[in-house]
Design a protein around this ligand. Structure first.
Ligand code: ADP
Ligand code: MG
Ligand code: MG
Length: 237
């Protein structure tokens, strides 16, 4: 189980996360739902170790991992799909996904995963992971790299952003694959349709968890908030 306990994060004199508590159990799927600026990516960075909380802890199976680096957490099976994927000049899709051959992936598996993310092997394996790929294609390559790693915990920061209408099917296939291999999914989104695809949701805004529970229920609440933060807007529910 991956856990955030009373996590607060402040930067430049601003409190961005305020006493966040979250629990991600093995093999389950979760979404973190919230409007722009809610603090979702900041939560992803705290889970991955990109930044350290100002207060509170990150725990993995009762072990305090708050001070572990990104690399150390990656070794423990935690992976992050970045909201904005990077580009690498001179590296092909196949080289990138197999870490230049260092990652032991068989061709059939690579093909299966590229199929899931909607990039047929024959068309894409020798393309370069540079600006010749569109943002959406680049995002799909990044998603493929997360699937190939077979992580214990996959944090997906807005996997649907920058993608077209086929993204919904892509998310379905991705979740189905991750469920099959037993990965815990932490899916960040501001789309209710995407959040509904996971079992449980946290609705975050203004750096706080305002609602948690079964996704259907949390999404209903989120809809009533019309994508706004009930804390900031002073709304009542
Ligand atoms: P989300 O991913 O939900 O859109 P973020 O986690 O990226 O939101 O950001 C939450 C809030 O914190 C935003 O208002 C953002 O502008 C602010 N923020 C993030 N990083 C910094 C920073 N380094 N300095 C100041 N404000 C920041
Ligand atoms: Mg955002
Ligand atoms: Mg974000």
């Amino acid at each position: 189980m991956l856990l955030l306990r009373n996590v607060t994060y402040s930067t430049n004199g601003r409190k961005i996360l305020d006493k966040i508590n979250m629990r991600f159990k093995e093999g389950m799927s979760y979404s973190i739902l919230g409007p722009n600026g809610a603090g979702k990516s900041t939560i992803a960075y705290i889970l991955m170790g990109v930044i350290k909380p100002s207060d509170g802890k990150v725990l993995l199976d009762d072990r305090d991992i708050t001070d572990l680096s990104i690399t150390e957490r990656a070794k423990l099976g935690i992976t992050l799909l970045w909201q904005e994927p990077a580009r690498y000049d001179g590296i092909t899709v196949e080289e990138y996904l197999t870490l230049g051959g260092k990652l032991n992936v068989d061709k059939e598996e690579l093909k299966e995963i590229l199929e899931i993310v909607g990039l047929p092997y024959e068309l894409y394996h020798s393309r370069f992971v540079d600006k010749s790929l569109s943002g959406g294609e680049r995002k799909r390559v990044e998603l493929a790299s997360v699937l190939l790693l077979k992580p214990k915990y996959a944090i997906l920061d807005e996997p649907d952003s920058g993608l077209d209408i086929t993204a919904s099917g892509l998310i379905d296939k991705t979740l189905e694959y991750l469920r099959k291999i037993g990965t815990t999914v932490i899916l960040i989104t501001h789309h209710e349709d995407i959040a509904k695809k996971t079992e449980f949701s946290y609705f975050v805004c203004g750096g706080k968890v305002v609602r948690k529970g079964f996704s259907d229920e949390v999404v209903e609440y989120y809809k009533r908030a019309c994508g706004k933060c009930p804390l900031l807007e002073g709304m009542r529910y």
